[in-house]
Design a protein around this ligand. Sequence first.
Ligand SMILES: Cc1cc2nc3c(=O)[nH]c(=O)nc-3n(C[C@H](O)[C@H](O)[C@H](O)COP(=O)(O)OP(=O)(O)OC[C@H]3O[C@@H](n4cnc5c(N)ncnc54)[C@H](O)[C@@H]3O)c2cc1C
Length: 411
Amino acid sequence: MSNHLLSPSFDNTALAFQYKSDAALKKARFLFKVMSNPLLVQVGTRLAPLSIKMGLPVKGLIRSTLFSQFIGGETLAQMIPVAARLGSFQVKVILDYGVEGKQGETFYDEARDQFVRVIDFAATQPNIPFISIKLTGLSRFELLAELHKRMISINKPLLERYELALNQLPPLLLNEWGRVCSRMEKICFHATSKKIAVALDAEETWIQEPLDALCAIMMELCNKKAPFVYNTYQLYRADRLTFLQSMHAFASSRGYISGAKLVRGAYMEKERKRAADLGYPSPINPTKEATDLLYNEALHFCINNLNQFGVIVASHNEESCLLAYNLLVEQGLPANHPHIHWSQLYGMSDNITFNLAAAGCSVSKYLPFGPIEDVVPYLMRRAQENTSVKGQTGRELGLIQKELVRRAQSA
Ligand SMILES: Cc1cc2nc3c(=O)[nH]c(=O)nc-3n(C[C@H](O)[C@H](O)[C@H](O)COP(=O)(O)OP(=O)(O)OC[C@H]3O[C@@H](n4cnc5c(N)ncnc54)[C@H](O)[C@@H]3O)c2cc1C
């Protein structure tokens, strides 16, 4: 592995958009302009799910706009050319089967089987080393909330409070939870046997405890030799750096590698609103600067202990992505070290992804796929994020505009 790599510059738009035609770029410019209008996004995010439920003919419109920007396709077969195209620029894929909002035991079992198929598919592709999963796709939300509520009332380390909370669960709920665990086990064991890593998404704070506990158990079972299971740490939470450190201490004491996908967190407004409505202190940092600081401290911590961590720098923040790169270089470690990986969402921050790839880093697009009606909640989050995240839309638009001008001048 060579360490003589160029430091990535995120300003190179020719590299960033090399996989997009002029027409695709112009379409992206149009979309980001629309998303920069909060009123349009507010109306659109309310109307779209409703229209689909009512069977109104809006799928075509969604398919040719938000869907084509942020989603790889509707089926696994449609992922093949998308992944191959990214692969031709040394960009990898975290494949995300975008099921959200469906309920029922039959559906959860089907989702498990679909995840197994996704793993089998990933194992046949040269550049899909990860899949991502959401526990709310395998479990009833209310069950997670119930277990969470019981766990936080016990002042013990994570796995001890988990065991104690399980002992208190009524038999019906315990059986239901047993089925969730076996779905998760099936997915993690199958993935490990195929050498595909599984990243478990972080969700709302009021269901997160059982996710953390189950993920820690899976990591101990699957991560003895290499990181195959990753938990997600939301650094917009004031308590998550301490939690990350305690999970690292636990993993070291049990002799396994901690998988840590580091994100800032996607549910800030919802979290703050719930805390205000129910009258408890918000778990979210008071300022963006505090979140940035914690995120970067988490990076320092993980990269300083890289032999015991598998890290995914899941961020569109240029400073954090560059910091991770520089910390590696400072330690004399190669940018393609097997324990570090960068990832950005498909359709966003191509300047980071493609420039990191050109600098020799292991980097991916987080690529969701699924039928339109199933990925609508994901699309609505992307639309809202691009309206509410200060600067993100402006950043995307500025880069796209710069590249269109560059292409026009060099034509
Ligand atoms: C590959 C990938 C996987 C992801 N997986 C998950 C996941 O599993 N779970 C999840 O929750 N999110 C996930 N996200 C989304 C992520 O949490 C962020 O919402 C998104 O990436 C924006 O943060 P950023 O680091 O890219 O950059 P930035 O644009 O620098 O940061 C924006 C983020 O900073 C935080 N923030 C903004 N304003 C404030 C404020 N006033 N006070 C405190 N904090 C503030 C918020 O978290 C906001 O989203 C994922 C993102 C990526 C790229």
